[in-house]
Design a protein around this ligand. Structure first.
Ligand SMILES: Nc1ncnc2c1ncn2[C@@H]1O[C@H](COP(=O)(O)OP(=O)(O)OP(=O)(O)O)[C@@H](O)[C@H]1O
Ligand SMILES: [Mg+2]
Length: 266
């Protein structure tokens, strides 16, 4: 196993030495199935980290553990310096509010308009006057490349890419410091994939976020990730800069990314 945390120097000046998320010795079983067998991972503040691996390897479960929705059997998840599974219920909620998430099936509420989708958490958490809520919705829609005109539409009237944008606007409404995406580009056509990927990059920079993207799309990850972690057999098999996967001593790592290498002509 080649663990190269900290070896990446293309992460840029945005990394200030702090970690947004630290995962230490995480273990999780469902019955006899050991999904996580000691996951260790540090996510640098301000960066875009891709967490990759084959289907069923435990990527979505890991995200739910970072959010504090699934309790690990052993190990810790530290979010902005606080151990989420050891926090009180009240603190867990507060820590959770520092994270925005686009779930795997990125669901919008189909029976609610775009306006009501985007303002959902804002209405629940903050009791803003209508004029201020309108202004927030307008600004959120604009930050994902849409206009206030879209707010009257229903989700069924939108394209797949527009729905992703709206789900993203809803996720960033409460100004999270960490944004997590579970398979944001799976099932999208190449143009929409590019658009969503660009949006992840822009949102990360515009809001000064840390982004964690779960994916099994090696092509996109090799293009966009600043840090890349690869999961297999319950552990992190690789973490470091994307290009390092091709020369890693672990054949599982090289094999998983081989198709991406062909595309990038490396
Ligand atoms: N609540 C649960 N109860 C029992 N087993 C579960 C539960 N959640 C996940 N699992 C199992 O844990 C394993 C990992 O699931 P997970 O959803 O994290 O995979 P994944 O890496 O996200 O896969 P994919 O790429 O297909 O989304 C799977 O075998 C799944 O069936
Ligand atoms: Mg998943």
């Amino acid at each position: 196993m080649a663990t190269k945390a900290g070896s990446s120097d293309n992460v840029g000046e945005r990394f200030n030495g702090e970690y947004a998320v630290e995962i230490n010795g995480l273990q999780k079983s469902f019955g006899p199935f050991h999904v996580h067998q000691g996951i260790n991972l540090k996510v640098r503040k301000g960066t875009i980290t891709y967490i990759m691996g084959g289907s069923g390897v435990g990527k979505s479960v890991l995200l739910k553990q970072i959010m504090g929705f699934i309790r690990p059997d052993a190990g810790k998840v530290i979010v902005n310096g606080e151990s989420i599974h050891e926090a009180s219920m009240r603190d867990t909620k507060r820590i959770r509010h520092s994270m925005g998430v686009l779930f795997q099936n990125g669901a919008l509420f189909d029976s609610l308009s775009v306006y009501d989708n985007v303002s959902f958490t804002l209405k629940e958490q903050l009791h803003l006057p209508k004029s201020e809520l309108d202004a927030r919705v307008k600004s959120l829609l604009e930050s994902v490349g849409l206009t206030f005109e879209h707010s009257k539409k229903m989700p069924a009237q939108l394209s797949g890419g527009q729905r992703k944008r709206i789900a993203l606007a809803r996720a960033i409404a409460m100004k999270p410091s960490i944004m997590m995406y579970d398979e944001p580009t799976t099932g999208l056509d190449p143009l929409t994939t590019d658009m969503v990927t660009k949006l992840i990059r822009e949102t990360n920079d515009q809001y000064n976020l840390t982004s964690i993207v779960i994916s099994h799309d090696t092509n996109v990850a090799l293009d966009v990730a600043e840090e890349l972690a690869f999961l297999k057999d319950g552990i992190v098999q690789y973490v470091g800069e994307p290009k390092g996967v091709f020369s890693d001593q672990n054949p599982d790592v090289r094999e998983f990314f081989a198709s991406g290498r062909k595309r990038l002509k490396l």
